[in-house]
Design a protein around this ligand. Structure first.
Ligand code: HEM
Length: 230
């Protein structure tokens, strides 16, 4: 029975990532609580992500060792593609800071602010790809935690139906939030009423992440299946 005990180490690692994801959404809602709150939440996100990278640092060691099959390449590109906008977001954060790093003698240009905003939305999109590519690990940890030993057809069908529902709502949320435009234009006018509609904001972004993660998860599965057949 001991083999089926919840893997607390993995669960706590996933919890760190989950908290970082929620804080990332809160940071995206810049106008909800104002600048100081935004900057503090943003700093917490970066602190958690540094922790996430330290905990998973073994992965960097595998980069040169693992055979370059299609699925590996996809994960490799996905991981480094997330690192790039994250670093851009971090650097521009320090540059444009009005509270936490405002004492630093740095001159913030309008361009730094524009890049900061664009990087934030790209981080959300690529974070979702990252989540989708690692979804099997999350599901494995859940199955182990809830003691689900054998695969069940019924469970798979229910989970797939949930994924379809989230993805469908996600497509609607992309349109409602103007997410496509925000990936290319930092001046998209946003009239969202954060005071009245914060839960809806979070729900919409969770669904957007859900849609992109679902596509990445099944895309990766297709890739590995066709690679196995080749
Ligand atoms: C880590 C996650 C972060 C995300 C997702 C994020 C996202 C955003 C977004 C979307 C805006 C634009 C709000 C708008 O005008 O519509 C913004 C503005 C801003 N962010 Fe961040 N940010 C993050 C971290 C930080 C950090 C750590 C700092 C500083 C310590 C920071 C400082 C600022 C400042 C000063 C503005 C206002 C720029 C201006 O209007 O001139 N951000 N951020």
């Amino acid at each position: 029975m001991s083999g089926m005990r919840p893997n607390y180490r993995l669960l706590s690692r996933l919890a760190i990532t989950g908290i970082a994801a929620v804080l990332l959404m809160l940071a995206l809602a810049y106008w909800w609580q104002g600048n100081l709150f935004h900057e503090l939440v943003g700093v917490a996100v970066f602190a958690l992500l540094i922790g996430h990278n330290l905990i998973n640092r073994w992965w960097y060691g595998t980069v040169l060792r693992t055979p370059p099959v299609a699925q590996r390449w996809a994960v490799l590109i996905g991981n480094f593609a997330l690192l790039a906008p994250m670093l851009v977001l971090l650097i521009t954060s320090v540059l444009i800071s009005q509270s936490v790093f405002s004492a630093l003698p740095l001159d913030a240009s309008t361009m730094a602010r524009e890049i900061h905003i664009l990087a934030a939305y790209w981080v959300i999109a690529i974070f979702a790809v990252h989540l989708g590519m690692h979804w099997t690990i999350v599901m494995g940890a859940m199955a182990r935690t809830f003691g689900l030993r054998s695969p069940s057809r019924m469970r798979t069908m229910v989970l797939r139906a949930v994924a379809v529902a989230i993805a469908t709502y996600g497509a609607f949320a992309i349109a409602v939030m103007g997410f496509g435009g925000k990936l290319v234009d930092p001046y998209v006018l946003d009239m969202w009423d954060f005071q009245a509609r914060m839960p809806e904001f979070l729900l919409n972004y969770a669904a957007i992440v859900g849609l992109i993660a679902t596509l990445a998860h099944y895309g990766l599965r297709l890739l590995s299946r066709s690679a196995r057949r080749a």
